[in-house]
Design a protein around this ligand. Structure first.
Ligand code: AMP
Length: 397
């Protein structure tokens, strides 16, 4: 894996694909600088080597049109504040003006190009657009994990124009290493905790992960498809009847592969999908009609904790209850607590993909786990075992 550390950028111009798709408030001010912070180490390395940085990103979904509300000029001051260096801006992503701005760039300087998605060619992965982008730097650095699953011009195709001079930035390298740890190199026992609403949206992950893990915790809304498939009564809980057969197949496959599956044994059932609904704790397979399981029960959480504490490598994707409602967030918080404890005693923990990231941030676990992925869709596709085009393009010789 070629990373930015394999290059010296002295007197070189680095063309860096970053993910500055940040939220803007009503005054076009950046309301969350996390993604800019995440790209900072890569930018600083280039500047400290004595090079200059040409930053390119998308912002929002302008769909190939110039939408002034989505201009990256709005974020220039914030990027400058975060990295501590003045940031120049050019109102094009390719072409003469952009090339002249790059030409004028001195060592130690930073230039931000206009929103790549103002050009339809970006998302189409057009080779001629990628070729024009490639004129804007000597070395191509991809540091945008959030778009690594897209074969866009700036994330994938452009790499072809830098056969020798292409590499991963620090952020992307960290993401790849974290996934590798869970999927291949992590210390055993390896545990995956998969929650969320539906089996159908997680099935590819489950199938892929069965070859990698020793333990699998299944929680959240997925639980009830598995429980009903095994003959349990799930009341009005979320359940995909057409996936029951699949659930049984997964359990059989897990057994054949020696994976221990841990499903909830008790749940907090509610008489409505409402934070203020009446609740009762019941066995997972005897939920009365009119009631639905919305969170893991106390005995379940003890079992989950025990499994988590004995694991050395932990992947967490998906909440184990309806964490958006305070009264059904306890299970998800307890899982986060246990992962925190395991991490403190030396386990490697990765949280990634969709809602689990929102949950760890909301409950303050983000800096207690080993790594929180910055890419929702990209992480999900990695867990499904897919090779991300943005990553493959850097590795390809
Ligand atoms: P996902 O995007 O597949 O990870 O699903 C996350 C969603 O699953 C969250 O919005 C949770 O509220 C929801 N969820 C978790 N447990 C349950 C449950 N028992 N019943 C309904 N939805 C649930």
């Amino acid at each position: 894996m070629k990373t930015i550390d394999d290059f010296n950028f002295e007197n070189k111009k680095a063309l860096i694909r970053v993910d500055f798709n940040v939220p803007l408030d009503g005054d076009f001010k950046v309301s969350d600088t996390n993604r800019i912070q995440a790209a900072k180490p890569t930018i600083i390395k280039v500047l400290e080597d004595g090079g200059s940085a040409v930053l390119m990103s998308h912002l929002g979904r302008p769909k190939g049109e110039r939408n002034p509300d989505l201009s990256l000029k709005h974020i220039c001051t914030t990027v400058a504040d975060v990295i501590g260096v003045q940031v120049k801006f050019v109102e094009d992503s390719v072409g003469e003006t952009a090339e002249q701005a790059v030409e004028a760039l001195q060592a130690g300087e930073v230039l931000l190009l206009e929103n790549l998605r103002f050009y339809a060619e970006e998302e189409n992965g057009a080779a001629d657009f990628a070729s024009k982008l490639s004129k804007l730097g000597d070395i191509y650095v991809n540091d945008a994990f959030g778009t690594a699953h897209r074969a866009h011009a700036s994330t994938t195709i452009v790499a072809e124009f830098f056969p020798e001079n292409k590499c991963f930035g620090y952020l992307l390298a960290k993401e790849i290493t974290a996934i590798e740890k869970v999927m291949r190199t992590g210390e055993k026992p390896v545990l995956a905790i998969l929650g969320g609403a539906k089996v159908s949206s997680k099935i590819t992950i489950i199938e892929n992960i069965l070859d990698k893990v020793d333990h699998l915790i299944i929680g959240g809304g997925m639980t009830y498809t598995f429980v009903k498939a095994q003959g349990g009564q799930v009341g009005d809980s979320i359940c995909e009847d057409d996936k029951m057969e699949l659930a049984l197949t997964i359990l059989k496959q897990a057994e054949a592969k020696g994976v221990q599956v841990h499903l909830p044994v008790d749940v907090i059932a509610a008489n409505d999908f409402d934070n203020n609904a009446a609740t009762q704790t019941v066995a997972v397979d005897t939920i009365p009609d009119g009631w639905q399981g919305l969170d893991a029960g106390p005995r379940t959480l003890e079992i989950f904790r025990e499994v988590i504490l004995k694991s050395k490598t932990i992947l967490w994707n998906g909440p184990v209850g309806v964490f958006e409602m305070e009264n059904f967030a306890k299970g998800t918080i307890a899982v986060g607590d246990a992962i925190d404890a395991a991490t403190r005693t030396g386990a490697f923990s990765l949280v990634g993909g969709g809602d689990s990231v929102a949950a760890v941030k909301q409950f303050g676990f983000a800096d207690k786990v080993s790594y929180v992925s910055t890419g929702g869709g990209a992480m999900l596709e990695s867990l499904e075992g897919k090779t991300l085009p943005g990553i493959a393009a850097i590795i390809a010789s």
